[in-house]
Design a protein around this ligand. Structure first.
Ligand code: TYD
Length: 212
């Protein structure tokens, strides 16, 4: 079956947002209908929830509260943006989806807070979302290389970057474990390299899966 719903995942600073834009542009140049979107956000209501999540102190929300907010935003994103686009036959590329919740909200926090239970995350995914990507590209990079990219970019939305190096290392391991558990859905992309090199790896992973 041709893949039409693609997600891009990885810890902060892996360069996936740039690569998502490039892939969307390449596919549009081939004449495909492509919807490029992101989480948290991707619909007007979900973008309002985004601000609550990515700004402010690292300890602003507990992992369970965060999980509920991310899933509220995700439900809105699926209802208003992703489902309508898939129904009209578009390719959807989302910069992050439920795997980010599985990695970020399930990880324990620098302040010692326990991560959200996997059972909660999977129940919300099943009952409120019910849709999974056909193909997930995991952008994998050493945390030190990722950190210099995140810092170079700066900005207001650094709440998760502010959780520190050990947290970012836990995220990397969590994402790799998700990929190992579902090898048919995931392609792990080595995100270390020039933008053009990584873009070549992305196309090599995606084009065979898209179909005509
Ligand atoms: P994003 O805009 O992708 O940030 P970046 O461009 O730095 O990768 O995502 C914002 C932050 O939200 C990012 O640090 C990851 C976090 N996040 C979660 O913790 N859980 C989630 O389910 C999602 C979608 C994002």
């Amino acid at each position: 079956m041709a893949a039409r719903f693609l997600s891009f995942e990885g810890a902060d600073g892996a360069g996936k947002s740039t690569q998502a834009r490039r892939l969307a542009a390449t596919l549009r140049a081939e004449g495909r209908d492509v919807v490029l979107t992101r989480e948290p956000g991707g619909a007007p209501g979900a973008e309002e929830i985004r601000r609550l999540l990515v700004e402010g102190e690292p300890g602003r929300w507990s992992p369970v509260t965060e999980t509920l907010l991310f899933f509220a935003a995700r439900r809105d994103h699926v209802e208003r943006t992703i489902r309508p686009a898939l129904d009209r036959g578009a390719v959807v590329i989302t910069d992050r989806f439920t795997d980010s919740t599985r990695a970020y909200q399930a990880a324990s926090r620098p302040d010692g807070a326990e991560g959200a239970p996997a059972a909660l995350i999977e129940t919300l995914q099943r009952e409120a979302i019910g849709l999974s990507p056909d193909l997930t590209l995991l952008f994998d990079i050493a945390p030190e290389a990722a950190r210099s990219r995140s810092l170079a970019r700066g900005g207001e939305e650094a709440r998760f970057e502010g959780m520190g190096a050990a947290f970012q290392a836990r995220l990397r391991a969590a994402f790799l474990a998700l990929a190992a558990a579902e090898p048919a859905r995931f392609a792990v992309i080595d995100a270390d390299g020039t933008e053009d090199e990584v873009a070549g790896r992305v196309l090599a992973a995606v084009l065979p899966r898209l179909g005509a």
